[in-house]
Write a protein that binds this ligand. Structure first.
Ligand code: FEO
Length: 387
């Protein structure tokens, strides 16, 4: 990634990873991933975060290019997950005079990951601690579980800028031209989604701070107007409904449950449903399905019975929802079973701990293949979902 001047003395010095296919071993990233890092060249020089292990050379070269031979006074470590912390040791070897600035818990993790000598000079910061660089006085804002417990974010009142760690990040490199919300939403619900309460708590801390720019550790720097980004994060972290519509997620073996899902989608579209999303949990991308389940207000789960329970792809999908705090939605169930249908009961049981779910009064039961009786149930379900 080329370096970029963001303000009079703040630079982006991170890297783009165009080779990665699976972020954190589970999220497909067709447009790669950015590992951002920033440098503030004030009377004192501060660098915020390092980058993923494979990109140390490129990152140190970027940094050297903007420093123009100046020494670095501080390395601020906002987040210890290795996609950001892996080059701390290389940094402290290259800039041995720099003081490493982080939360106490981050220093504990630093020692665990990289050994006791990784940060020869340390400065522990807490919520509200400040660091004077000259024109900039940085204020640290702890953000536990956004999305690890040691995270601190960094606010700069001089340029009205928030270095937001993982928050407001997205999948995709910074040189990819694509809609921000789509991959930011998938990133949010995939990675941060479980911690909505902690994101809301962070917003309370940030309330009242003037913000013109957000510098996340992934994805593009966000510039004023920030209202749309903040509104979406507010909706996502409160598990609100972002878009009206129905997601039909199906897990099917021989095509009959799929047919029911497709017929339901047709009925909903014919009835004027504003948006119908049909997703095949066996063949489509799971993280997209999870994102959609949190985006829309209504979810239909359609699955075949399997081993007196529910087909594994559906069980896995529901687990991804529940572990991320799925709630506040309308849910309809479609089951298939040739001799002892049990999928609906099993799916409902898997959702038992979710708050504020409203189940439709209609549950569709298919005996092997659609017939007049189950089609009538689909009609009734479609009618309920359109009310
Ligand atoms: Fe991008 Fe939580 O690391």
């Amino acid at each position: 990634m080329a370096t970029e001047k963001l303000t009079a003395d703040i630079y982006a010095v991170g890297v783009n990873d165009h080779e990665i296919r699976l972020f954190e071993g589970q999220f497909p990233v067709p447009n790669g991933m950015a590992y951002n890092s920033y440098a503030i060249l004030d009377e004192k020089v501060a660098v915020l975060d390092t980058v993923e292990a494979s990109f140390g050379d490129e990152w140190l070269a970027n940094l050297a290019a903007v420093l123009g031979g100046r020494p670095v006074d501080y390395l601020i470590v906002q987040h210890m997950e290795p996609d950001h912390s892996a080059n701390i040791l290389r940094f402290t070897q290259a800039y041995p005079q720099a003081v490493v600035v982080a939360s106490q818990m981050a220093f504990t993790m630093m020692k665990q990951f990289y050994g006791a000598d990784v940060a020869p000079a340390k400065l522990v910061v807490k919520d509200g601690s400040t660091l004077a660089l000259g024109r900039h006085t940085l204020r640290f804002v702890t953000a536990p579980m956004v999305h690890w417990p040691e995270v601190v974010m960094t606010y700069d009142a001089a340029d009205k800028l928030l270095f937001s760690a993982d928050a407001f990040g997205k999948f995709g490199t910074t040189d990819t031209q694509e809609d921000w919300a789509c991959e930011a939403r998938r990133y949010y619900f995939g990675i941060v989604g479980k911690f909505g309460a902690q994101v809301q708590a962070l917003f309370k801390k940030l309330d009242g701070l003037e913000l013109q720019t957000i510098c996340p550790l992934h994805g593009p720097v966000l510039q004023s107007p920030l209202a749309d980004y903040l509104r979406l994060y507010g909706t996502w972290s409160s598990y609100g409904v972002e878009s009206e519509g129905v997601v039909i997620a199906y897990a099917c073996v021989y095509g009959h449950t799929k047919q029911a899902a497709e017929e339901l989608a047709q009925k909903l579209r014919a009835a004027g449903c504003p948006k119908v999303v049909l997703t095949d949990l066996v063949h489509d991308e799971l993280t997209e399905a999870v994102e959609d389940a949190f985006r829309y207000g209504k979810l239909v789960l359609a699955a075949t019975t399997y081993n007196t329970g529910v087909f594994p792809a559906m069980e896995n999908f529901i687990r991804h929802l529940t572990e991320r705090g799925f709630c506040k939605r309308t849910v309809g169930l479609v089951e298939n079973g040739s001799w002892a249908p049990a999928a609906a009961k099993t799916m409902r049981g898997l959702l038992e701990g979710c708050a504020e779910l409203t189940f439709t009064s209609t549950t569709v039961c298919i005996r092997s293949a659609l017939d007049d009786n189950s089609r009538a149930q689909l009609d009734a379900l479609a009618k309920e979902l359109c009310e």
